[in-house]
Ligand binder design. Structure first.
Ligand SMILES: C[S@@+](CC[C@H](N)C(=O)[O-])C[C@H]1O[C@@H](n2cnc3c(N)ncnc32)[C@H](O)[C@@H]1O
Length: 192
């Protein structure tokens, strides 16, 4: 069972060349459970496209609910066969999201009914820079807790912008390194 949960493939996809897929099955399960609980989230955003496999999953979710996915990377590493499988509601955005918080990413995060999957190279920096733009009722999952970052590292934005932990018991039970947060109400201290 542990082997299955720790396996990193999805859709049976194993590229002939390149590194492994970066999501474990526990991460996929958690992402799916979080999204299933919030069918109103139709504006999906992903930071860190990499091969585009998680984008494919998120794009299918978006398509099924009549929404869209914008996925951001500063380097286009999409595998051709994966991008070919993308539904037409997925938009790849070539942007260095850590350079400034004034680009396309900020524009999409501000829209209502947003869900963000934060998975670029520096998770703490992106949560600190971008969580404040999410409207009330929107949420995000951030990958690699306990691997690249600790919960204390993002304690300030979580508290200052009124996010609650979401489905933490499920995350712990599954053993995923994903953590989910949902914004409860506006904070007075949000800067544009
Ligand atoms: C962990 S991988 C993303 C994995 C992908 N979400 C998946 O599930 O397969 C991190 C990605 O973030 C991208 N990245 C790193 N720094 C970035 C930056 N400053 N702006 C945008 N993308 C960045 C990298 O190029 C890399 O593709």
């Amino acid at each position: 069972m542990a082997t299955i949960i720790n396996d990193r493939s999805m859709f049976g996809y194993a590229p002939a060349s390149g590194t492994s897929i970066l999501m474990r099955h526990a991460d996929w399960l958690f992402l799916d459970m979080v999204l299933s609980a919030k069918p109103e989230w139709t504006n999906l955003v992903e930071t860190g496209t990499f091969y585009g496999l998680t984008s494919l999953y998120l794009g299918i979710v978006a398509k099924l609910r009549g929404g869209q996915l914008h996925t951001f990377d500063n380097v286009d590493q999409r595998k051709r066969e994966v991008a070919r499988a993308w539904p037409d509601c997925i938009h790849f955005c070539h942007e260095d999201i850590l350079e400034s918080a004034n680009g396309e990413l900020m524009r999409w995060l501000k829209k209502p009914y947003t869900f963000a999957f934060f998975d670029n190279g520096h998770k703490v920096a992106e949560v600190v820079m971008y969580a404040k733009f999410l409207p009330v009722g929107s949420g995000f999952v951030v990958h690699d807790c306990g691997v690249e970052w600790q919960e204390k590292d993002i304690a300030y934005p979580i508290k200052a912008y009124n996010f609650d932990k979401h489905m933490e018991d499920v995350a712990l039970e599954l053993g995923t390194s994903c953590r989910a947060y949902v914004r409860q109400n506006e904070s007075a201290s949000v800067s544009p």
